[in-house]
Design a protein around this ligand. Sequence first.
Ligand SMILES: C[S@@+](CC[C@H](N)C(=O)[O-])C[C@H]1O[C@@H](n2cnc3c(N)ncnc32)[C@H](O)[C@@H]1O
Length: 496
Amino acid sequence: MLPAYKPSSIETQKQRVGTPISLHAYNPHITTRQLPHEASPQSTLDIRTKEFSSSLSQSRFQPRQLSPSLNKRKIIDLTLSDDDEIVPIPRKKSRSSSQSTDLSAEPNHDSRKNDKVGVKQLVPTLKSTNLNGTVSAPRRLHFASKSTKVREKAPVFRSPYSQATSSQERVSAVQVPPLQPSPADCRRVFLENLSVLKGVTVINTVDDSSPPLGFKFIKENVIGKGVHRATDEFMSGCTCRKDNGRQIGCEYLVCECLEDSATTKDGKKMFPYSARKIDSGCLRPFYLQGGFHVFECNEKCNCMSNCKNRVVQHGRTVPLEIFKTTNRGWGLRCKVDLKTGQFIDTYRGEVITHEEAERRGNKRHPDDRENYFFNLDRWEDESEGYVCDGTFMGGPTRFINHSCDPNCQQMTVSYNHADINIYDLAFFATEPIPAGTELTFDYSASVDEEIDDADEDVEQSRVITEKKADELEKKKGYRPSRCLCGADNCRGYFFT
Ligand SMILES: C[S@@+](CC[C@H](N)C(=O)[O-])C[C@H]1O[C@@H](n2cnc3c(N)ncnc32)[C@H](O)[C@@H]1O
Protein backbone atom coordinates (compact mmCIF):
# COMPACT_ATOMS: atom_id res chain seq x y z
CA MET A 1 0.00 0.00 0.00
CA LEU A 2 1.28 3.43 -0.82
CA PRO A 3 1.83 5.71 2.09
CA ALA A 4 -0.64 8.54 2.19
CA TYR A 5 0.71 12.04 2.35
CA LYS A 6 0.19 13.33 5.86
CA PRO A 7 -0.04 17.07 6.14
CA SER A 8 1.51 18.22 9.34
CA SER A 9 1.54 21.47 11.19
CA ILE A 10 4.41 22.78 13.17
CA GLU A 11 2.67 21.58 16.33
CA THR A 12 3.00 18.01 15.15
CA GLN A 13 6.72 18.32 14.42
CA LYS A 14 8.73 16.41 16.91
CA GLN A 15 11.43 18.63 18.23
CA ARG A 16 14.12 16.12 17.57
CA VAL A 17 16.10 14.98 14.64
CA GLY A 18 16.80 11.52 13.41
CA THR A 19 19.74 11.01 15.64
CA PRO A 20 21.15 7.57 16.29
CA ILE A 21 18.98 4.86 17.68
CA SER A 22 20.36 3.49 20.86
CA LEU A 23 21.80 0.19 19.95
CA HIS A 24 20.54 -1.36 23.16
CA ALA A 25 17.07 -1.08 21.70
CA TYR A 26 18.13 -3.84 19.37
CA ASN A 27 20.76 -5.58 21.35
CA PRO A 28 19.95 -5.85 25.02
CA HIS A 29 23.00 -8.03 25.61
CA ILE A 30 25.52 -5.26 25.35
CA THR A 31 27.33 -4.87 28.59
CA THR A 32 30.84 -3.89 27.72
CA ARG A 33 32.03 -0.47 26.81
CA GLN A 34 34.87 -1.40 24.59
CA LEU A 35 35.66 1.04 21.85
CA PRO A 36 36.75 -1.26 19.11
CA HIS A 37 39.17 1.08 17.41
CA GLU A 38 40.76 2.01 20.65
CA ALA A 39 40.86 -1.44 22.15
CA SER A 40 43.77 -2.42 20.00
CA PRO A 41 45.48 0.60 18.53
CA GLN A 42 47.88 -1.77 16.82
CA SER A 43 45.15 -3.71 15.15
CA THR A 44 45.15 -2.64 11.58
CA LEU A 45 42.08 -4.16 10.13
CA ASP A 46 38.40 -4.09 10.77
CA ILE A 47 36.77 -6.35 8.28
CA ARG A 48 33.18 -7.32 8.58
CA THR A 49 32.40 -9.61 5.72
CA LYS A 50 32.19 -13.33 5.97
CA GLU A 51 32.66 -13.50 2.23
CA PHE A 52 35.93 -11.72 2.63
CA SER A 53 37.18 -14.14 5.24
CA SER A 54 36.13 -17.21 3.33
CA SER A 55 37.55 -15.95 0.09
CA LEU A 56 40.75 -15.23 1.89
CA SER A 57 41.06 -18.76 3.07
CA GLN A 58 40.50 -19.95 -0.46
CA SER A 59 43.19 -17.68 -1.78
CA ARG A 60 46.69 -18.88 -1.43
CA PHE A 61 47.89 -15.68 0.11
CA GLN A 62 50.80 -16.41 2.42
CA PRO A 63 51.62 -13.96 5.15
CA ARG A 64 54.98 -12.42 4.48
CA GLN A 65 56.48 -13.31 7.82
CA LEU A 66 56.64 -16.96 6.92
CA SER A 67 60.05 -18.00 5.80
CA PRO A 68 60.52 -18.67 2.10
CA SER A 69 60.98 -22.34 2.87
CA LEU A 70 57.58 -22.45 4.55
CA ASN A 71 56.04 -20.68 1.62
CA LYS A 72 57.32 -23.29 -0.76
CA ARG A 73 56.72 -26.31 1.42
CA LYS A 74 53.04 -26.85 1.97
CA ILE A 75 53.60 -29.79 4.36
CA ILE A 76 55.48 -28.91 7.46
CA ASP A 77 57.03 -31.59 9.58
CA LEU A 78 56.18 -30.99 13.21
CA THR A 79 58.61 -33.50 14.73
CA LEU A 80 60.41 -32.15 17.76
CA SER A 81 63.12 -33.92 19.65
CA ASP A 82 63.30 -33.78 23.46
CA ASP A 83 66.21 -31.40 23.24
CA ASP A 84 64.41 -28.96 21.09
CA GLU A 85 63.81 -25.64 22.71
CA ILE A 86 60.78 -23.81 21.42
CA VAL A 87 61.27 -20.13 20.83
CA PRO A 88 59.07 -17.67 19.04
CA ILE A 89 60.41 -16.15 15.85
CA PRO A 90 61.30 -12.54 16.61
CA ARG A 91 58.69 -10.27 15.08
CA LYS A 92 59.64 -7.55 12.69
CA LYS A 93 59.19 -4.06 14.10
CA SER A 94 56.03 -2.41 12.89
CA ARG A 95 56.30 0.99 11.29
CA SER A 96 56.76 3.89 13.60
CA SER A 97 53.38 4.95 14.94
CA SER A 98 54.16 8.58 14.40
CA GLN A 99 54.64 8.02 10.72
CA SER A 100 52.08 9.76 8.55
CA THR A 101 50.26 7.70 5.99
CA ASP A 102 48.60 9.55 3.18
CA LEU A 103 46.25 6.84 2.07
CA SER A 104 45.69 8.36 -1.30
CA ALA A 105 49.39 8.19 -2.08
CA GLU A 106 50.86 5.20 -3.81
CA PRO A 107 52.78 2.95 -1.48
CA ASN A 108 56.53 3.43 -1.65
CA HIS A 109 58.63 1.17 -3.77
CA ASP A 110 59.65 -1.13 -0.92
CA SER A 111 56.23 -1.74 0.41
CA ARG A 112 54.90 -2.41 -3.07
CA LYS A 113 57.56 -5.00 -3.50
CA ASN A 114 56.66 -6.57 -0.18
CA ASP A 115 52.95 -6.63 -0.87
CA LYS A 116 53.23 -8.26 -4.26
CA VAL A 117 51.94 -11.68 -3.32
CA GLY A 118 49.01 -10.41 -1.31
CA VAL A 119 47.84 -7.72 -3.67
CA LYS A 120 47.74 -9.85 -6.77
CA GLN A 121 45.59 -12.43 -5.11
CA LEU A 122 43.44 -10.29 -2.89
CA VAL A 123 42.18 -7.45 -5.00
CA PRO A 124 40.07 -9.45 -7.46
CA THR A 125 38.52 -11.42 -4.63
CA LEU A 126 37.64 -8.30 -2.70
CA LYS A 127 36.12 -6.71 -5.78
CA SER A 128 33.68 -9.50 -6.17
CA THR A 129 32.70 -9.49 -2.55
CA ASN A 130 33.05 -6.17 -0.78
CA LEU A 131 32.52 -3.89 -3.69
CA ASN A 132 29.45 -5.42 -5.24
CA GLY A 133 27.14 -4.75 -2.34
CA THR A 134 26.90 -8.29 -1.08
CA VAL A 135 28.34 -7.41 2.27
CA SER A 136 26.44 -9.50 4.73
CA ALA A 137 28.23 -10.34 7.90
CA PRO A 138 27.61 -7.88 10.70
CA ARG A 139 30.31 -9.34 12.89
CA ARG A 140 33.60 -7.66 12.85
CA LEU A 141 36.39 -10.07 12.20
CA HIS A 142 39.91 -9.14 13.03
CA PHE A 143 42.53 -10.07 10.53
CA ALA A 144 45.73 -9.07 12.11
CA SER A 145 48.84 -8.01 10.35
CA LYS A 146 52.22 -9.24 11.43
CA SER A 147 52.31 -6.90 14.40
CA THR A 148 48.87 -7.51 15.79
CA LYS A 149 47.13 -9.52 18.45
CA VAL A 150 46.15 -12.56 16.43
CA ARG A 151 49.74 -12.91 15.38
CA GLU A 152 50.69 -12.84 19.03
CA LYS A 153 48.16 -15.50 19.89
CA ALA A 154 49.21 -17.76 17.05
CA PRO A 155 52.95 -17.46 16.69
CA VAL A 156 54.98 -19.73 14.52
CA PHE A 157 57.42 -21.65 16.70
CA ARG A 158 60.68 -22.86 15.37
CA SER A 159 63.22 -25.17 16.83
CA PRO A 160 66.62 -23.51 17.21
CA TYR A 161 67.99 -26.49 15.29
CA SER A 162 65.97 -25.50 12.30
CA GLN A 163 68.33 -22.56 11.81
CA ALA A 164 70.78 -25.11 10.49
CA THR A 165 70.78 -25.69 6.78
CA SER A 166 70.68 -29.46 6.74
CA SER A 167 67.43 -30.86 5.48
CA GLN A 168 67.64 -33.60 8.12
CA GLU A 169 67.28 -30.95 10.80
CA ARG A 170 63.64 -30.17 10.92
CA VAL A 171 61.78 -26.94 10.57
CA SER A 172 59.09 -27.08 13.22
CA ALA A 173 55.91 -25.07 13.11
CA VAL A 174 53.04 -25.78 15.42
CA GLN A 175 50.56 -23.30 14.05
CA VAL A 176 50.17 -21.24 10.89
CA PRO A 177 48.81 -17.76 11.61
CA PRO A 178 45.47 -16.77 10.10
CA LEU A 179 45.59 -15.40 6.59
CA GLN A 180 45.59 -11.68 6.51
CA PRO A 181 45.76 -8.80 4.06
CA SER A 182 48.43 -6.21 4.65
CA PRO A 183 47.64 -2.56 5.51
CA ALA A 184 48.61 -1.66 1.94
CA ASP A 185 46.08 -4.14 0.53
CA CYS A 186 43.39 -2.66 2.72
CA ARG A 187 44.31 0.87 1.74
CA ARG A 188 44.04 0.00 -1.90
CA VAL A 189 40.67 -1.68 -1.53
CA PHE A 190 39.36 1.13 0.66
CA LEU A 191 40.43 3.76 -1.87
CA GLU A 192 38.84 1.83 -4.70
CA ASN A 193 35.62 1.68 -2.71
CA LEU A 194 35.89 5.38 -1.86
CA SER A 195 36.44 6.37 -5.49
CA VAL A 196 32.68 6.26 -6.18
CA LEU A 197 32.46 9.50 -4.19
CA LYS A 198 33.93 12.73 -5.50
CA GLY A 199 35.76 15.08 -3.16
CA VAL A 200 36.34 12.71 -0.26
CA THR A 201 39.87 11.78 0.78
CA VAL A 202 41.35 9.70 3.57
CA ILE A 203 44.48 10.28 5.61
CA ASN A 204 46.15 8.67 8.59
CA THR A 205 48.85 10.56 10.50
CA VAL A 206 48.52 8.40 13.61
CA ASP A 207 49.42 4.85 12.61
CA ASP A 208 49.48 2.64 9.52
CA SER A 209 45.97 1.26 9.78
CA SER A 210 43.28 1.63 7.14
CA PRO A 211 39.61 2.40 7.67
CA PRO A 212 37.28 -0.60 7.87
CA LEU A 213 36.58 -2.39 4.61
CA GLY A 214 33.32 -4.00 5.62
CA PHE A 215 31.07 -1.45 4.02
CA LYS A 216 30.43 0.08 0.65
CA PHE A 217 30.36 3.80 -0.12
CA ILE A 218 27.08 4.86 -1.72
CA LYS A 219 25.82 8.16 -3.12
CA GLU A 220 22.10 7.59 -2.54
CA ASN A 221 20.17 5.66 0.07
CA VAL A 222 19.41 2.08 -0.82
CA ILE A 223 15.77 1.19 -0.23
CA GLY A 224 15.39 -2.11 1.57
CA LYS A 225 12.74 -4.82 1.45
CA GLY A 226 9.35 -3.86 2.81
CA VAL A 227 10.04 -0.12 2.60
CA HIS A 228 7.34 1.70 0.64
CA ARG A 229 8.10 4.71 -1.47
CA ALA A 230 5.45 7.12 -2.68
CA THR A 231 5.22 7.03 -6.46
CA ASP A 232 5.59 10.05 -8.67
CA GLU A 233 1.86 10.74 -8.90
CA PHE A 234 1.75 11.61 -5.21
CA MET A 235 4.54 14.10 -5.54
CA SER A 236 3.59 17.73 -5.78
CA GLY A 237 5.50 20.94 -6.32
CA CYS A 238 5.10 24.67 -6.00
CA THR A 239 3.66 26.96 -8.64
CA CYS A 240 6.19 29.71 -8.07
CA ARG A 241 7.21 31.60 -11.22
CA LYS A 242 9.78 29.96 -13.37
CA ASP A 243 10.87 33.31 -14.60
CA ASN A 244 13.06 34.72 -11.96
CA GLY A 245 14.62 37.16 -14.36
CA ARG A 246 14.50 39.84 -11.75
CA GLN A 247 16.04 37.51 -9.24
CA ILE A 248 12.64 36.80 -7.76
CA GLY A 249 12.46 33.20 -6.67
CA CYS A 250 10.68 31.06 -4.11
CA GLU A 251 12.41 32.94 -1.31
CA TYR A 252 10.35 36.05 -2.05
CA LEU A 253 7.07 34.32 -2.89
CA VAL A 254 4.58 32.35 -0.84
CA CYS A 255 6.05 29.04 -1.90
CA GLU A 256 3.64 26.12 -1.45
CA CYS A 257 6.54 23.88 -0.51
CA LEU A 258 6.68 25.65 2.83
CA GLU A 259 3.06 24.84 3.60
CA ASP A 260 3.95 22.31 6.27
CA SER A 261 7.09 23.98 7.49
CA ALA A 262 7.66 25.70 10.82
CA THR A 263 6.10 29.08 11.49
CA THR A 264 7.40 31.92 13.60
CA LYS A 265 5.56 33.06 16.71
CA ASP A 266 3.58 35.53 14.63
CA GLY A 267 2.52 32.82 12.22
CA LYS A 268 4.94 33.56 9.38
CA LYS A 269 6.43 30.85 7.24
CA MET A 270 10.18 31.07 7.30
CA PHE A 271 12.25 30.37 4.20
CA PRO A 272 14.86 27.78 5.25
CA TYR A 273 17.96 29.08 3.51
CA SER A 274 19.66 32.43 3.38
CA ALA A 275 19.41 34.27 0.09
CA ARG A 276 21.99 36.87 1.12
CA LYS A 277 25.20 36.98 -0.85
CA ILE A 278 27.35 36.69 2.24
CA ASP A 279 25.95 33.34 3.39
CA SER A 280 23.85 32.23 0.46
CA GLY A 281 22.46 28.72 0.90
CA CYS A 282 23.22 28.53 4.62
CA LEU A 283 20.45 27.25 6.87
CA ARG A 284 18.89 30.13 8.76
CA PRO A 285 19.24 30.31 12.56
CA PHE A 286 15.48 29.86 13.01
CA TYR A 287 15.74 26.32 11.62
CA LEU A 288 19.14 25.53 13.06
CA GLN A 289 18.22 26.54 16.58
CA GLY A 290 14.70 25.14 16.44
CA GLY A 291 15.72 21.88 14.78
CA PHE A 292 12.72 22.21 12.44
CA HIS A 293 12.16 19.98 9.47
CA VAL A 294 13.17 21.55 6.15
CA PHE A 295 10.92 21.21 3.11
CA GLU A 296 12.85 21.90 -0.08
CA CYS A 297 11.41 22.44 -3.56
CA ASN A 298 11.59 19.49 -5.92
CA GLU A 299 11.48 18.36 -9.53
CA LYS A 300 7.70 18.78 -9.68
CA CYS A 301 8.02 22.45 -8.76
CA ASN A 302 7.66 25.21 -11.26
CA CYS A 303 10.83 26.89 -10.04
CA MET A 304 14.28 26.26 -11.49
CA SER A 305 16.92 23.86 -10.30
CA ASN A 306 18.93 26.82 -9.00
CA CYS A 307 16.05 27.81 -6.71
CA LYS A 308 17.32 28.98 -3.33
CA ASN A 309 15.16 26.33 -1.68
CA ARG A 310 17.21 23.48 -3.08
CA VAL A 311 20.40 22.82 -1.17
CA VAL A 312 20.56 19.35 0.36
CA GLN A 313 19.15 17.68 -2.76
CA HIS A 314 22.17 18.91 -4.74
CA GLY A 315 24.43 16.95 -2.40
CA ARG A 316 27.81 17.62 -0.89
CA THR A 317 29.79 20.52 -2.33
CA VAL A 318 32.59 20.77 0.23
CA PRO A 319 35.70 18.55 0.22
CA LEU A 320 35.74 16.14 3.15
CA GLU A 321 38.53 14.12 4.68
CA ILE A 322 38.25 10.91 6.66
CA PHE A 323 41.13 10.90 9.13
CA LYS A 324 42.38 8.78 12.01
CA THR A 325 41.89 10.34 15.42
CA THR A 326 44.26 9.52 18.25
CA ASN A 327 41.59 8.01 20.50
CA ARG A 328 38.21 7.62 18.78
CA GLY A 329 38.90 5.60 15.68
CA TRP A 330 38.25 7.46 12.42
CA GLY A 331 36.72 10.91 12.21
CA LEU A 332 35.67 13.41 9.57
CA ARG A 333 36.77 16.95 8.80
CA CYS A 334 36.27 19.48 6.05
CA LYS A 335 39.19 20.81 4.02
CA VAL A 336 37.72 24.30 3.66
CA ASP A 337 36.28 26.79 6.14
CA LEU A 338 32.59 26.34 6.84
CA LYS A 339 30.10 29.07 7.69
CA THR A 340 27.37 28.80 10.29
CA GLY A 341 24.44 26.99 8.71
CA GLN A 342 26.47 25.61 5.80
CA PHE A 343 25.36 22.22 4.52
CA ILE A 344 28.05 19.56 4.79
CA ASP A 345 26.65 16.23 3.67
CA THR A 346 23.81 13.79 4.23
CA TYR A 347 23.88 10.53 6.13
CA ARG A 348 23.53 7.65 3.72
CA GLY A 349 22.63 4.03 4.26
CA GLU A 350 20.06 1.35 3.69
CA VAL A 351 16.51 2.38 4.54
CA ILE A 352 15.08 -0.64 6.35
CA THR A 353 12.02 -1.53 8.39
CA HIS A 354 12.11 -1.68 12.17
CA GLU A 355 11.73 -5.46 12.03
CA GLU A 356 14.82 -5.69 9.87
CA ALA A 357 16.69 -3.29 12.16
CA GLU A 358 15.79 -5.48 15.11
CA ARG A 359 16.94 -8.57 13.27
CA ARG A 360 20.26 -6.92 12.40
CA GLY A 361 20.66 -5.64 15.95
CA ASN A 362 20.17 -9.09 17.38
CA LYS A 363 22.76 -10.53 15.03
CA ARG A 364 25.43 -8.13 16.18
CA HIS A 365 28.31 -9.21 18.27
CA PRO A 366 27.66 -8.24 21.91
CA ASP A 367 30.98 -6.38 22.10
CA ASP A 368 30.27 -4.33 19.02
CA ARG A 369 29.47 -0.85 20.23
CA GLU A 370 29.59 0.88 16.90
CA ASN A 371 26.13 1.96 15.94
CA TYR A 372 25.17 3.21 12.52
CA PHE A 373 21.36 3.09 12.90
CA PHE A 374 19.36 6.29 12.59
CA ASN A 375 15.66 6.39 13.23
CA LEU A 376 13.56 8.00 10.53
CA ASP A 377 10.80 8.70 13.02
CA ARG A 378 10.28 12.40 12.68
CA TRP A 379 6.59 12.00 11.93
CA GLU A 380 5.76 8.60 13.23
CA ASP A 381 6.16 6.56 16.35
CA GLU A 382 9.34 4.58 16.39
CA SER A 383 7.42 1.43 15.49
CA GLU A 384 6.02 2.95 12.32
CA GLY A 385 8.88 4.83 10.71
CA TYR A 386 11.92 3.37 9.03
CA VAL A 387 15.57 3.13 9.98
CA CYS A 388 18.60 4.32 8.01
CA ASP A 389 21.38 1.79 8.56
CA GLY A 390 24.86 2.95 7.56
CA THR A 391 26.58 -0.20 8.79
CA PHE A 392 27.14 -1.91 5.45
CA MET A 393 26.61 0.96 3.06
CA GLY A 394 27.10 4.61 3.77
CA GLY A 395 28.78 7.89 3.10
CA PRO A 396 31.64 9.74 4.77
CA THR A 397 29.32 11.13 7.48
CA ARG A 398 29.26 7.70 9.10
CA PHE A 399 32.68 8.69 10.45
CA ILE A 400 31.43 11.75 12.34
CA ASN A 401 32.21 11.28 16.02
CA HIS A 402 30.23 12.41 19.03
CA SER A 403 31.07 15.53 21.01
CA CYS A 404 29.38 17.04 24.05
CA ASP A 405 30.30 20.40 22.53
CA PRO A 406 29.58 19.75 18.86
CA ASN A 407 30.08 22.01 15.87
CA CYS A 408 27.48 20.36 13.64
CA GLN A 409 23.85 19.49 13.85
CA GLN A 410 21.82 16.94 12.04
CA MET A 411 18.61 18.19 10.44
CA THR A 412 15.82 16.35 8.66
CA VAL A 413 15.13 17.50 5.11
CA SER A 414 12.43 16.45 2.59
CA TYR A 415 12.09 17.28 -1.05
CA ASN A 416 9.68 14.56 -2.03
CA HIS A 417 6.89 15.81 0.20
CA ALA A 418 4.72 12.74 -0.36
CA ASP A 419 7.36 10.43 1.04
CA ILE A 420 7.04 11.78 4.49
CA ASN A 421 8.84 8.83 6.14
CA ILE A 422 11.79 8.86 3.82
CA TYR A 423 13.78 12.02 4.15
CA ASP A 424 17.40 13.08 4.31
CA LEU A 425 19.46 13.34 7.47
CA ALA A 426 21.62 16.33 6.69
CA PHE A 427 24.55 17.74 8.63
CA PHE A 428 24.97 21.50 8.95
CA ALA A 429 27.66 23.57 10.66
CA THR A 430 26.33 25.27 13.80
CA GLU A 431 29.27 27.68 14.03
CA PRO A 432 32.07 28.87 11.74
CA ILE A 433 34.36 25.84 11.43
CA PRO A 434 37.93 26.46 10.27
CA ALA A 435 39.30 24.05 7.64
CA GLY A 436 40.76 20.90 9.15
CA THR A 437 38.71 20.98 12.36
CA GLU A 438 37.05 17.69 13.28
CA LEU A 439 33.32 17.68 12.58
CA THR A 440 31.21 16.42 15.48
CA PHE A 441 27.61 16.22 16.56
CA ASP A 442 25.85 15.28 19.76
CA TYR A 443 24.78 11.63 19.60
CA SER A 444 22.73 11.99 22.75
CA ALA A 445 20.58 14.86 21.49
CA SER A 446 17.62 12.56 20.96
CA VAL A 447 18.16 9.91 23.58
CA ASP A 448 16.80 11.87 26.48
CA GLU A 449 14.76 8.86 27.55
CA GLU A 450 17.92 6.99 28.44
CA ILE A 451 19.33 9.97 30.26
CA ASP A 452 16.06 10.42 32.12
CA ASP A 453 16.11 6.78 33.05
CA ALA A 454 19.59 7.07 34.45
CA ASP A 455 18.77 9.34 37.34
CA GLU A 456 17.18 12.63 38.22
CA ASP A 457 20.59 14.26 38.73
CA VAL A 458 21.62 13.08 35.31
CA GLU A 459 18.44 14.44 33.85
CA GLN A 460 19.32 17.88 35.12
CA SER A 461 23.04 18.00 34.47
CA ARG A 462 23.13 15.43 31.64
CA VAL A 463 26.44 14.32 33.13
CA ILE A 464 26.93 10.58 33.63
CA THR A 465 29.54 9.59 36.17
CA GLU A 466 31.20 6.18 36.30
CA LYS A 467 28.90 5.28 39.20
CA LYS A 468 25.81 6.29 37.27
CA ALA A 469 27.01 4.32 34.27
CA ASP A 470 27.38 1.27 36.55
CA GLU A 471 23.86 1.79 37.90
CA LEU A 472 22.47 2.17 34.44
CA GLU A 473 24.20 -1.00 33.36
CA LYS A 474 22.75 -2.93 36.30
CA LYS A 475 19.29 -1.48 35.89
CA LYS A 476 19.00 -1.53 32.12
CA GLY A 477 21.51 -4.13 31.02
CA TYR A 478 23.45 -1.74 28.82
CA ARG A 479 26.14 0.76 29.47
CA PRO A 480 26.67 4.13 27.81
CA SER A 481 30.02 4.59 26.09
CA ARG A 482 32.83 6.50 27.77
CA CYS A 483 33.15 9.82 26.00
CA LEU A 484 36.58 10.93 24.87
CA CYS A 485 35.50 14.15 23.17
CA GLY A 486 37.71 16.23 25.46
CA ALA A 487 35.26 19.14 25.65
CA ASP A 488 35.26 21.27 28.82
CA ASN A 489 31.59 20.43 29.26
CA CYS A 490 32.02 16.72 28.48
CA ARG A 491 29.20 14.71 30.05
CA GLY A 492 31.43 11.69 30.62
CA TYR A 493 29.43 9.15 28.66
CA PHE A 494 27.29 9.08 25.57
CA PHE A 495 24.74 6.66 24.22
CA THR A 496 25.40 4.71 21.06
C1 LIG B 1 29.36 6.32 14.06
S1 LIG B 1 30.89 5.75 14.64
C2 LIG B 1 31.94 7.12 14.30
C3 LIG B 1 33.12 6.70 13.49
C4 LIG B 1 34.07 5.83 14.24
N1 LIG B 1 35.01 6.63 14.99
C5 LIG B 1 34.79 4.90 13.28
O1 LIG B 1 36.04 4.83 13.33
O2 LIG B 1 34.14 4.24 12.47
C6 LIG B 1 30.63 5.82 16.37
C7 LIG B 1 31.73 5.21 17.18
O3 LIG B 1 32.86 6.05 17.21
C8 LIG B 1 33.45 6.07 18.51
N2 LIG B 1 33.23 7.40 19.09
C9 LIG B 1 32.57 8.42 18.52
N3 LIG B 1 32.59 9.50 19.31
C10 LIG B 1 33.28 9.18 20.40
C11 LIG B 1 33.64 9.88 21.59
N4 LIG B 1 33.30 11.14 21.80
N5 LIG B 1 34.34 9.21 22.54
C12 LIG B 1 34.70 7.92 22.35
N6 LIG B 1 34.40 7.22 21.25
C13 LIG B 1 33.70 7.82 20.28
C14 LIG B 1 32.68 5.04 19.31
O4 LIG B 1 33.34 3.81 19.15
C15 LIG B 1 31.34 5.01 18.63
O5 LIG B 1 30.66 3.80 18.83
